[in-house]
Design a binder for this molecule. Structure first.
Ligand code: F6R
Length: 240
């Protein structure tokens, strides 16, 4: 695992945007795996600025998002569909038809997951998957458990994740209790993985990622089996 230790969130966001810019420049038709949450917002801001300055062109890029709450309407301002449009897609030129986000509106989530996984397989490998990390070590919405699902699936959110994510909702009861998420194998199939983490509250999860053990009770530790992971984090996440 390669480590890029940054002094500030701004520096982290620049380093992450540099990775994406370099990939898109060398492979304009690449596939990006994208994440939501607070962590990548600065990186998306950087990418929007670079696009406005003509430094990056997304016209050939395809994207697949990691996850979406279930059930949730795409119009709900807490949906990841809404998040991605508000924080990136409304401001850059990724073609609409190249954008993929699991659909939290469907009546049959199992079929949606199967179709999402099939679409990913048909598209070929994700070139670069961006990840945040939950305080409990979750990746996407692969929550700590005695076993993990390999492929895209519907899952229950843990109490700790519901609580952590309630900061975005009016009240905790409004947080959806389930989500559609790529599985650990779906994520590990990506050519390269970029994991971003900032803040003291991520220190425990990052420590587990940096020790020698692999355990499904900290799903991020499975990333140790991947040959090309870049961890971009700040001192608080790294040192505690
Ligand atoms: C989001 C996702 C989650 C977040 C994680 C960290 O698409 O898959 O795993 O990356 O919950 O969230 P933040 O960045 O808000 O701390």
């Amino acid at each position: 695992m390669k480590l890029i230790l940054c002094k500030t969130y701004e520096e982290m966001s620049m380093a992450a945007a540099d990775e994406i810019s370099a990939l898109v420049a060398s492979n304009p038709c690449c596939t990006l795996g994208l994440a939501t949450g607070s962590t990548p917002i600065g990186m998306y801001r950087q990418l929007i600025n670079r696009y406005k300055k003509g430094e990056i062109d997304f016209s050939g890029v395809t994207t697949f998002n990691l996850d979406e709450y279930y059930p949730i309407s795409r119009e709900n301002d807490q949906s990841y569909y809404h998040f991605m449009h508000q924080n990136l897609f409304d401001y850059v030129n990724v073609p609409k038809e190249n954008i993929h986000i699991p659909n939290g509106e469907v009546s049959d989530p199992e079929t949606e997951c199967q179709e999402y996984e099939n679409l990913l397989t048909a598209n070929g490998q994700i070139d670069l998957q961006v990840l945040g990390i939950g305080q409990n070590g979750h990746i996407g919405f692969n929550e700590p458990d005695s076993s993990l699902w390999a492929l895209t699936h519907i899952t229950d959110l843990t109490e700790s994740t519901i609580q952590a994510n309630s900061r975005f909702f009016e009240k905790e009861e409004d947080v959806p209790k389930r989500a559609l998420t790529m599985g650990m194998v779906t994520i590990l199939k990506s050519k390269k993985i970029l994991l971003l983490a900032n803040g003291k509250n991520k220190h425990e999860a990052i420590s587990a990622l940096l020790d020698d053990r692999i355990t499904t009770s900290v799903p991020a530790t499975l990333l140790k089996t991947h040959p090309d992971v870049v961890l971009i984090c700040d001192g608080e996440a790294y040192y505690g």
